[in-house]
Design a protein around this ligand. Sequence first.
Ligand code: GRF
Length: 224
Amino acid sequence: MARLRVGVLISGRGSNLQALIDAAAAPDYPAEIALVLSNRPEAAGLDRAARAGIPHQAIAHTSREAFAAAADAALRAAGIELIALAGYMRILAGGFVGAWRDRLVNIHPSLLPAFPGLHPQRQALAAGVRFSGCTVHFVRDAVDTGPIIAQAVVPVLAEDDETALSDRILAAEHRLYPLAVRLFAEGRLTISADRVMIAGAGAPGGTLFNPAAAAVGPLASRGG
Ligand code: GRF
C-alpha cells in the first residue's frame, strides 16, 4: 500500500522530526516523511533531514503570507497529504490553516487546553499541577487549539525544574507523535463536533495518583 506522504515544518533542533523519521524507517509504518521545511536556515532539524536523505528546504519568513505561499507550493509539489508541525515556532497564516484543515497537526508539550502558548512546561510548574504531558491535535486558527488526537501524561516531580520536566515530556512526545501520525495514516480518525473519534482504539485503565496512592494511604488505594 502507498504510504501517506507527510511534510514536517520545523524551526529548530527537530527531535520530534527525528522520532517521525525513525518511526517511518520501519517497513510497516504507514507514512513516510517526504519533505521537511524550516523557517530558519540554521535549524538543526534540516541536517537530520539531510542525513535521512529527505528533501528539505529553508523558506525565509519575510512575512507570514509569503512564507505560507512558498510553503504551500512546496508541499503541494511534493504531493504532501499531511503536514506535521514539529517545533514550528511561528503562527501560520489563516489562509494556510484553512487550506490544510484536517490535514495539519501539531504537537504541544502540555495537556491542552491547559497551558497553550509559550513555555508550557514553565506554566505547568508555576501552576503546581501534579501531572502534565503532551498533546497532538488538529490545527485551528487560534494558537494551540483544535480537535485533540492523542495525549500522553507524565508526572510532575517535586524536584523538577523546567529542564527536567521538559525532558520527561519530550521523551513522551517522541512516542506520541509517531503514534498519532500512524492513526491518521491508517484512516482511523474522524472529527465530529470538534472531537476526534478513533476507530479501534483501546483506552488505558486505572487511575494515576500523584503523590502515589501508597503514600496517601488506604482511601486512595481503594480508589474511593
Ligand atoms: C517540542 O517540545 C514541541 O512539542 C514544541 O516545540 C518543541 C520542539 O522540539 N512545539 P524539537 O524541535 O522537536 O526537538
